[in-house]
Design a protein around this ligand. Sequence first.
Ligand code: ADP
Ligand code: MG
Length: 199
Amino acid sequence: MLTKDNALVWMATFSQEVIANKEFLSELDSPIGDGDHGFNMARGLTETQLALEATPPATLTDVFKTVAMQLLSKVGGASGPLYSSAFLAMIKAIDNKDTLTNEEVADMLQAGLESVMMRGKAVVGEKTMIDLWTPAVLALREGSLTNDLIDTLVEATAPLKATKGRASYLGDRSIGHVDPGSYSSGIFFKALLSSGVLE
Ligand code: ADP
Ligand code: MG
């Protein structure tokens, strides 16, 4: 069950793990982008944690409102607005409820995914975070999402050719590199698994 309290744990873990991996995430973005993905996300999530501490959210919805606003305003690059649109759609799906069942959590993340797809105009197979979110949400719904599966899904972005975002400028030369946005999204789903939300 998703609550305000475990949503805060989820977001804190997501933030800590992105910050701990910021150099690695930016290294992934170097051969197929501009080498800023980890720094972008770490900046936004550092600001998110500061904002959550400065103004403790009163409701579950308020947790994600703070995340969405900070990611939108503090993350440069494509990923900030895309992650932010996911959180805004998740807020709508929460519909002011205080708690969500596991099935409702899957629905919420599905709404987030659909919003990223609309905003970024990407579909599965274009080597973007969509390639992590789509199978991860499906597995979550089926109760089969694990850390190992997430690692496999991240690795599965390497052989894809990028046709959206900065990496698409490289054409065939984007093949053979893991997509950084899928890696950070993997951290997001692993943080969900460890946060107690699904118990
Ligand atoms: P930028 O590409 O502007 O430097 P980042 O480096 O922060 O932004 O983020 C790059 C990541 O954003 C990519 O690895 C990819 O997963 C994701 N991304 C880029 N364009 C799209 C898109 N159109 N749809 C979904 N995700 C995208
Ligand atoms: Mg980049």
